[in-house]
Design a protein around this ligand. Structure first.
Ligand code: ATP
Ligand code: MG
Length: 689
C-alpha cells in the first residue's frame, strides 16, 4: 500500500486499521453497535482497491440496496480523497474508482448472475421474479386447484404456507422438522403441504418465474455446477458481507461455494443485533465462521463512536439481560451527554404531542429533521403520528411497512410489464385480465391457457370474443400487450407510459383516490428512466422496492429536510442525533405476536437493543399508559405495562416516581456432476415427496 492510504486510514483506531489492511485470509469482524464495522468495511474495500484489486472483482453484499449504494458512495469518497492526495504528491491522477464494484443484496446479485449465467444450467433468461404477495397468490390458486382450501379443514393460510416453505428452503431443513419445531399447529397438514409445495415448484417452473427463495436456491445450484461455478468463482477476488448475523444457512453455503478456502472473504456482524430469525437467519453463521474457514482472523471492536456514554450505559444494561451472553461492553470517549429519557405519557395523543414538540425544539437548537428519527415495532404504530405530522406540514419519510410498489395500482401496472416480459407468468396475467370489466376467474384461466399453448404469442387473443362489458377495452388491451412484447416499443419509460394510458381509465373505475394513484404511476415512468432494460427494472423494483414515492426521487439532497419514521427492522445499521422510540409497552415491545417462546422473546429484546443503539446524542423512550391494544376480534383501550426490556432499576424508579403499580410477578426478559436447472428443481421437488 502507498503511504497515502496510510494517511487515510489514520482516522481509524488500531483494531479497525488492522482489519482494513488485513491480507486475504478469512476475516471476521464481530463487534457491537456503532463500533465502526460498516466504516471499517468501507475502508477495507478502499484499501483493497488501492492495493491493486480490480474493483469489478470485489463483491460487496449488504442487507438493502440502500446500504449497498451508501457503501459504494463511501468507498468512492475515500478513493477520491486518495486520488486527491496522490495528485498533490505528483502521483498518477484519477486512478481509483469504486464505481465498478459489485454491490447489492444476496437476492439482487443472485438475479444478476442468473441472468448472465443461468443459460448454462438451462434457466431461461427471461424469467420474472415473484415477490412475496405473488407467491401467496400462486399458493392460493394451487390450494384451490388441489382442493385444500375448504372452510371446514382450517388449512394453514396462504401466508403461513409461504412462511413454512421459505423456512425449509432457507434453513435447509425438512418439512417435518420445520413443522415440528416452528409450526406445531400445522403438523397435521404435513402431507397436504408436501403436495402443495410440490405443485408450487412445478408451477413456478411452468410459468418461468423465480421467487425470492428460488433466487438463492438457483445461485447455490449455479455455484455447484462445475462449469458455471468456476465461471462465477473466477469473477471475484474478494467477497465482503455486512450484517452477517442476519444471513441464513443457504446464504452461508453460497458464500462458502463462492470462496471455498475463504481467501478474500470478510464478514462483519454483531450477534447481539440478530433480528431476522423469523426469516431463518441464524447467528450460527457468525459463530461457526472460524470453524468453517481455516486461518480465520477474528477482530473485535470495542470503542463505540456513535453514542454518548449515558446512552451506552442503558443499552449495555438492556442487552445484559439477554440469556445468551453477548460479552461486549461498549464504551465511548464522549463521557458527557444527556441521559436517555423515559417518557411517561397518559395516552397515544400525549405521546404524539410530546414527540412532535421535542422534535421541533431540537430543530430550533440546530438539529435538522433529517438528523432525527422516530422508531416503532410495527408499521401501524406510527399512524396517529403520521396524521398529526401531515396536519402540521412537517415533512417525513417512512421506511418499512407497506412499500410503494406493494400498493395495488403499482402492482397492476407492473403486472402488465411482467406479462409482456414473460407471457407464462400466470399470476401477472390473471391480475391484468381480471382488471377488465366482465372478465372473471374462469375466462382468465382459459385465456392464460390459450396464450400458453400459443407459445406466448398475444395474437391468439385477437380471436377471442369478449363479453359485452369488456368490448371497449379488449382490442386496445391486446394491441398494448403485442406492442410491449414486440420489438416496436423499446424505450422503457415509453412502455410504462403506454401501460399508463391504457390502464389509467380502468384505475379510475376501480379505486378511490385515483388522482394520488395516477401521480404515483407518473413517478414510476420517471423511475423507469434509470434502468437499462425492462428485465432489470422489473427485477430490481421487485427485490428491493423503494419505500415511498419520495424514495423514488433518489438520495435526498442537502436542502431536503425531513424526519425519518421507521420500523426498527428497517433502521438497522443507521444512526441519528435524536431517536424517539414509540410504544415501549409490553404487547408492542415485545410484540404480542412474538412471545410464544424464549427464543422469540430474546429476539424482541435484541430488536429493542437495535432501536436504542441508533441514537447518537438524545434518546427518548416513550410509554403511553393508556394504550390501544389490538386483540382478537376487537381491539381495546387499556392500561398497559412498561416494556419488560428496560432494566429492573429503571423500571423500579419509574414505578416509584409515577406511583403506577408494578406488575405482580416481574417476568424475566429472552461438487457434483453438471448441474442443470432441471436438477435443482428435481432436488427442490424431492424435498416434497
Ligand atoms: P451498526 O452495528 O449499527 O451497524 P457499525 O458498527 O457498523 O454500527 P458504523 O455505522 O460504521 O458502526 O459507525 C458508527 C459511527 O461511528 C459512524 O458515525 C462512524 O462515522 C463513526 N466512526 C466509526 N469509526 C470511527 C473512528 N475511528 N473515528 C471516528 N468516528 C468513527
Ligand atoms: Mg453497520
Amino acid at each position: 500500500p502507498t503511504p497515502v492510504i496510510d494517511e487515510i486510514l489514520s482516522t481509524l483506531n488500531e483494531q479497525q486499521r488492522s482489519a482494513a489492511v488485513h491480507g486475504r485470509d478469512p476475516l471476521l469482524i464481530v463487534a457491537g453497535a456503532g463500533t465502526g464495522k460498516t466504516t471499517t468495511l468501507a475502508h477495507r474495500v478502499a484499501h483493497l482497491i488501492a492495493d491493486g484489486v480490480n474493483p469489478a472483482r470485489i463483491l460487496l453484499l449488504t442487507f438493502t440496496r440502500r446500504a449497498a449504494g451508501e457503501m459504494v458512495r463511501r468507498v468512492d469518497g475515500i478513493l477520491r480523497q486518495l486520488n486527491h492526495l496522490s495528485e498533490k504528491r505528483g502521483a498518477r491522477v484519477g486512478k481509483y474508482s469504486g464505481k465498478q464494484l459489485w454491490g447489492g443484496t444476496f437476492h439482487a446479485v443472485a438475479a444478476r448472475l442468473l441472468r448472465m449465467h443461468g443459460r448454462s444450467i438451462g434457466l431461461e433468461p427471461e424469467f420474472t421474479v415473484h415477490d412475496r404477495s405473488d407467491s401467496e397468490d400462486l399458493i392460493n390458486v394451487l390450494r384451490t386447484e388441489l382442493d385444500l382450501a375448504s372452510a371446514e379443514t382450517r388449512f394453514p393460510r396462504k401466508s403461513t404456507c409461504i412462511d413454512i416453505y421459505s423456512r425449509c428452503v432457507n434453513s435447509r431443513r425438512s418439512l417435518q422438522d420445520v413443522l415440528t419445531n416452528s409450526f406445531p399447529w400445522c403438523v397435521q397438514y404435513a402431507d397436504d403441504l408436501r403436495r402443495l409445495f410440490a405443485a408450487f415448484v412445478d408451477r413456478k417452473e411452468h410459468n418461468a418465474v423465480l421467487d425470492y427463495d428460488d433466487l438463492l436456491l438457483f445461485w447455490h445450484g449455479l455455484l455447484s455446477d462445475p462449469a458455471a461455478g468456476t465461471a462465477i468463482r473466477s469473477r471475484f477476488d474478494c467477497v465482503l458481507v455486512d450484517e452477517y448475523q442476519d444471513t441464513n444457512l443457504l446464504q452461508a453455503e453460497i458464500l462458502q461455494l463462492l470462496r471455498p478456502d475463504g481467501q478474500g472473504v470478510t464478514v462483519v456482524g454483531d450477534d447481539a443485533q440478530s433480528i431476522y430469525s423469523f426469516r431463518a437467519a441464524t447467528v450460527r453463521n457468525i459463530l461457526d465462521f472460524p470453524e468453517t474457514y481455516a486461518n480465520t482472523r477474528v477482530i473485535p471492536l470495542e470503542q463505540n463512536y456513535r453514542s454518548t456514554q449515558p446512552i451506552l450505559d442503558v443499552t449495555n444494561e438492556v442487552i445484559g439481560q439477554a440469556q445468551q451472553r453477548h460479552e461486549k461492553k461498549l464504551w465511548s470517549e464522549q463521557t458527557q451527554g444527556e441521559p436517555p429519557v423515559l417518557v411517561h405519557c397518559q395516552d397515544e395523543d400525549e405521546q404524539t404531542e410530546f414527540v412532535i414538540s421535542e422534535i421541533l425544539a431540537h430543530r430550533e437548537k440546530g438539529v435538522d429533521l433529517r438528523k432525527q428519527a422516530v422508531l416503532f415495532r410495527a408499521s401501524q404504530h406510527s399512524m396517529t403520528l403520521e396524521l398529526e405530522l401531515a396536519r402540521r406540514n412537517i415533512p417525513f419519510h417512512k421506511y418499512g411497512g407497506l412499500k410503494f410498489v406493494e400498493t395495488a395500482h403499482v402492482k397492476d401496472l407492473m403486472a402488465y410489464m411482467r406479462l409482456a416480459e414473460n407471457p407464462r407468468d400466470f399470476v401477472s396475467g390473471v391480475r391484468v385480465l381480471l382488471l377488465l370489466p366482465g372478465i372473471g376467474p374462469k375466462r382468465t384461466r382459459d385465456l392464460m391457457l390459450l396464450l400458453n399453448d400459443a407459445g406466448g404469442d398475444f395474437r391468439v387473443w385477437e380471436e377471442f370474443d369478449p363479453p359485452a362489458a369488456a368490448k371497449d377495452y379488449w382490442a386496445k388491451f391486446v394491441e398494448l400487450m403485442r406492442n410491449l412484447n414486440g420489438p416496436k416499443l423499446q424505450d422503457l419509460p415509453h412502455q410504462v407510459h403506454c401501460v399508463f394510458e391504457f390502464y389509467g381509465d380502468l384505475l379510475q373505475r376501480k379505486y378511490d383516490h385515483a388522482d394520488a394513484r395516477l401521480r404515483d404511476l407518473e413517478q414510476l415512468e420517471q423511475l423507469a428512466n434509470r434502468f437499462p432494460d425492462r428485465a432489470t427494472f422489473l427485477t430490481e423494483i421487485t427485490l428491493d422496492p423503494p419505500a415511498s414515492t419520495q424514495d423514488l426521487a433518489g438520495p435526498p439532497t442537502l436542502d431536503d429536510d425531513y424526519l425519518v419514521l421507521s420500523t426498527i427492522h428497517s433502521a438497522k445499521g443507521l444512526e441519528w442525533d435524536a431517536v424517539y422510540v414509540l410504544h415501549a409497552a409490553d404487547g408492542k415491545i415485545p410484540s404480542d405476536m412474538a412471545t410464544k417462546n424464549e427464543a422469540e422473546i430474546e429476539e424482541e429484546l435484541r430488536l429493542f437493543y437495535v432501536a436504542l443503539t441508533r441514537a447518537k446524542n438524545s434518546l427518548y423512550v416513550c410509554f403511553p399508559l393508556n394504550d390501544y391494544m389490538p386483540g382478537r376480534g376487537f381491539g381495546r383501550h387499556s392500561m398497559s405495562q412498561l416494556t419488560r426490556f428496560l432494566p429492573k432499576g429503571i423500571r423500579k424508579r419509574f414505578h416509584e416516581r409515577t406511583g403506577i403499580a408494578a406488575p405482580a410477578a416481574d417476568e424475566q426478559v429472552e461438487m457434483q456432476p453438471h448441474i442443470t436447472s432441471e436438477m435443482i428443481r428435481r432436488q427442490s421437488r424431492s424435498m416434497w415427496s
